[in-house]
Design a protein around this ligand. Structure first.
Ligand SMILES: [Ca+2]
Length: 503
């Protein structure tokens, strides 16, 4: 048998190809079977093996079901088994007000789920924009019933304290402008921080969108759109500030982190770092993500992808995010401006590199921004939002991703063959791509026998030409086929392609 020659990828292709990721393993990009909602999921929370979804919807329906079929009534709140994804009977209705649930967070021990939004009733019990659920028996908690004057958009909870943020100006009849702290049983704490101004010129209403608290550091970080804390416009805060968790005094100003016309939409922490996602309006804005250190408020990195970020979740060295990224040209591993918005991303917490994890949703309903909420639950990343499709298949409101299985096979590319020299046959094709594998392996068969195995890196936006030159008898005609695998899934086989070598 003649020995096959494999043509190396040119140095130019390597230089311009995708950046090598930092090798953190990601989840797969293939969604697990998941129930759907008939409206927008604004918030997700996890406690004790259960995922809670809150938003603006009327029903849930099974995986694969068309809108209006197989529905169960769920008024702005639903509970699911985190692993199987099956719906649970826990289903208090949230009604009154604007009738929406916008924020949820469980206590560290998982016993109580704190809920915020715009509603006047929770499970038939009168409540004022916030309620709590005892997770053991799915009853509305008797103790937690603070009167909050307007919508609650952010919640975080420690063993002793619940922080709420939003657009309210009073809590329990006392002045609390957009942020407040209460005991777990609903008693208002002295923590009194006045949040005013707006970092968004066309929306002058100040507001808190996100809160993350670190009891170990005695610090609470709040984000949203504001330009003033505690009354002074000269204190140089803009959409993000770190506060003493007890007194509310400013401990980190994060000067320059959030530019004009931009607001913080999401904040989480892992006990060491905190992570935020931002949304800008207009040109020169910040739509990307920042990783910062809780201890001293130092910035670790900031990516400047365009396409506003609505949700962030750290997990095992990777920051997962929901956005509508369309230009990540300044971020390692990123893509140039393109028309197809990428709604889900994973990046290295160590160095911000965008990793090979490209499941996608569509924009969907509402503002058509796709994902709005994420939570990690027993190793499964639950994602909720406005979308009505995931990886180009119908799926509304909710989806899930796990570490396995990888089920998506790359599409086999078309290939062609030429012979420019006696006994030399060159096959060429445009590289395929895969949603969660950057290096694909191409299998070339001549007359049914494997003659070449070629590994090539590619992304959906960067698909280099791959070539293979075979050495055969001059004048001979051979039959070739091509397959591609991501290491788990094998594509269909392309061919046969008959090529005659020059003589
Ligand atoms: Ca794959």
């Amino acid at each position: 048998m003649l020995v096959a020659a494999v043509v190396a990828l040119s140095p130019l292709a390597l230089a311009t190809g995708p950046a090598h990721a930092a090798d953190e393993p990601t989840l797969t990009a293939d969604p697990l079977s998941t129930w759907q909602t008939d409206g927008i999921v604004w918030t997700l929370a996890y406690a004790e093996g259960v995922v809670y979804a809150g938003g603006t919807f009327e029903h849930i329906r099974p995986p694969g079901a068309a809108p209006g079929t197989g529905e169960l009534p769920r008024k702005n709140f639903a509970a699911f088994d985190a692993v199987t994804g099956e719906p649970l009977p826990c289903a208090p209705a949230f009604t009154g007000g604007v009738e929406t649930v916008r924020a949820m967070k469980a206590s560290p021990d998982g016993s109580v789920l704190y809920i915020g939004g715009s509603f006047g009733s929770a499970g038939g019990v009168g409540r004022s924009n916030t309620a709590a659920l005892d997770t053991a028996d799915c009853t509305i908690d008797d103790a937690w019933k603070p009167a909050v004057s307007s919508v609650v958009r952010a919640i975080d909870v420690t063993d002793t304290t619940v922080y709420i943020g939003g657009q309210f100006t009073t809590v329990q009849g006392e002045t609390r402008e957009r942020v407040a702290a209460l005991t777990r049983d609903g008693r208002l704490l002295p923590f009194n921080v006045t949040v005013r101004g707006s970092s968004i010129s066309n929306d002058p209403t100040p507001g808190i969108n996100a809160i993350t608290v670190s009891p170990e550091h005695g610090k609470v970080v709040i984000g949203g759109r504001f330009t003033s804390i505690n009354g002074s416009l000269l204190n140089s805060v803009h959409g993000l500030v770190g506060l003493d968790a007890t007194t509310g005094e400013i401990v980190n100003r994060f000067t320059g982190w959030i530019p004009r016309r931009s607001a913080v939409k999401s904040l989480v922490n892992d006990g060491t770092n905190f992570y935020l996602g931002a949304e800008g309006t207009g040109g020169g804005v910040f739509d990307g993500r920042v990783a910062g250190r809780l201890s001293d408020g130092a910035m670790l990195w900031k990516d400047t992808c365009l396409g506003a970020t609505q949700a962030v979740v750290p997990y095992r060295g990777v920051l997962y995010s929901g956005s509508h990224a369309h230009d990540c040209s300044q971020t390692p591993g990123g893509f140039p401006e393109h028309q197809n918005r990428q709604h889900l991303l994973a990046q290295s917490i160590a160095d911000e590199t965008i990793l090979t994890w490209f499941p996608d949703t569509n924009g969907g309903i509402g503002e058509k921004l796709g994902p709005r909420a994420m939570v990690m639950a027993d190793g499964i990343l639950w994602t909720g939002g406005e979308f009505t499709a995931v990886n180009d298949a119908p799926q509304q409101g909710l989806t899930r991703f796990a570490a396995a299985p990888d089920t998506g096979a790359p599409l086999v590319p078309a290939f062609s063959g030429t012979s420019d020299a006696p006994g030399k046959i060159t096959l060429s094709w445009r590289a395929a791509w895969d949603r969660d594998d950057g290096v694909l392996t191409y299998l070339v068969r001549r007359d049914g026998v494997l003659v070449a195995t070629l590994d090539r890196e590619s992304r959906s936006w960067d698909r280099p030409t791959v070539t293979f030159t075979d050495t055969v008898a001059p004048g001979a005609t051979h039959r070739y086929s091509l397959e591609v695998t991501d290491g788990t899934n094998l594509s269909s086989r392309n061919g046969p392609l008959y090529v005659t070598a020059a003589d």
